[in-house]
Design a protein around this ligand. Structure first.
Ligand code: PSU
Ligand code: MN
Length: 309
């Protein structure tokens, strides 16, 4: 028998917004705990929450803290969390499968896309903004390393705004997997799948141009029994890094991961950290720009579905 999710707490702001039918956007926390160095992680947390607030949308950053999943953080929560975000290693990386153990043993952790989608859905939130989803890793033919983010998109009814998928992945294989799972992949005002740091790729996708059309499409998708949707929003052109330049760094990062025998859940943070160092912060700057862009688009989508009536 399923119990009421007693390890899930909504902040007062989030539960009021949801009760009143006002727009809410979920934000993940692995980017804060594992994706960005201090102090950029704190800066980005504040700036993403501010962007949403300025759009009239309630931010719901999702994180697990001492065995309790928090959906939305109050000012006091943030004050207590800030010193922990300064210390690397204070938080685990929690995918969906890690939540039961975290609840049981009182772990604290940043939630990945898969865990954040699940917690958002349980809270009643339909739109979630992240940087870039995980996907099929290069070398999957031998490692079988496919992110549970893809299974989450296949099974959890949340619309995820992301700058395509992480460029470190096997991008065509990731797109094939999403097609297999019947997950709509829609380019936000583009017909070219974005590659996280790079605005465009040669991979063609279907295009969606307006929040009004998103609201209609979302309703049809749910009526048809669909679950997740990926809205692929390119990094702003002025922040885009040419794919060939990034690819040289990515090849180096993958080599280093292989030499150091890094795999499993440690792989993505290792690769992103390697890129942050070798690009001398260039990848971090791009990551911040695309996150901001994704949050703005997500705000528009959340507002549009609130009006759908
Ligand atoms: N952003 C980062 N570092 C990360 C992630 C995001 O800068 O590690 C997380 C995301 O939360 C994404 C997850 O859901 O990586 C995918 O990890 P994996 O490939 O292990 O499934
Ligand atoms: Mn993996």
């Amino acid at each position: 028998m399923r119990s009421k999710p007693e390890n899930l707490i909504l902040s007062p702001a989030v539960s009021e917004a949801l009760a009143e039918g006002r727009p809410v956007v979920a934000l993940e926390s692995t980017v804060l705990t594992h994706g960005l160095p201090h102090p950029q992680n704190l800066d980005v947390f504040h700036s993403l929450e501010e962007i949403l607030a300025s759009e009239g949308v309630t931010p719901a950053t999702i994180i697990v803290w001492e065995g309790i999943a928090r959906v939305g953080l109050s000012g006091d929560d943030i004050k207590r969390l800030e010193p922990l975000l300064e210390k690397p290693g204070s938080f685990r990386k929690l995918g969906l499968r890690d939540l039961p153990l975290a609840y049981t043993l009182g772990h604290s952790g940043g939630t990945t896309v898969s865990a954040t989608m699940k917690l958002a859905a349980l809270a009643g939130i339909e739109v979630f903004a992240t940087g870039g989803i995980g996907g099929v890793h290069r070398g999957w033919e031998t490692t079988l390393d496919v992110s549970s983010d893809l299974r989450a998109l296949a099974g959890i009814p949340v619309a995820v705004v992301s700058a395509g998928c992480k460029a470190i992945l096997d991008v065509p294989a990731t797109l094939e997997y999403l097609e297999t799972c019947a997950v709509p992949v829609l380019g936000w005002q583009t017909e070219r799948f974005p590659l996280f740091y790079t605005a465009e790729s040669e991979h063609r996708i279907d295009r969606l141009d307006s929040a009004e059309n998103f609201a209609r499409l979302w309703k049809s998708h749910l009526d048809l029994g669909g679950k997740g949707i990926l809205i692929a929003n390119p990094i702003p052109a002025e922040d885009s890094i040419p794919a060939a330049r990034m690819e040289a760094f990515i090849t180096e990062a993958l080599d280093s991961a292989r030499r150091n025998n890094i795999h499993g859940k440690a792989l993505t943070p290792f690769l992103l950290d390697y890129l942050a160092q070798t690009t001398k912060g260039g990848s971090v700057k791009a990551n911040l720009a695309l996150l901001r862009g994704n949050v703005k688009v997500a705000a528009g989508l959340a507002k549009a579905i609130c009006k759908k009536g």
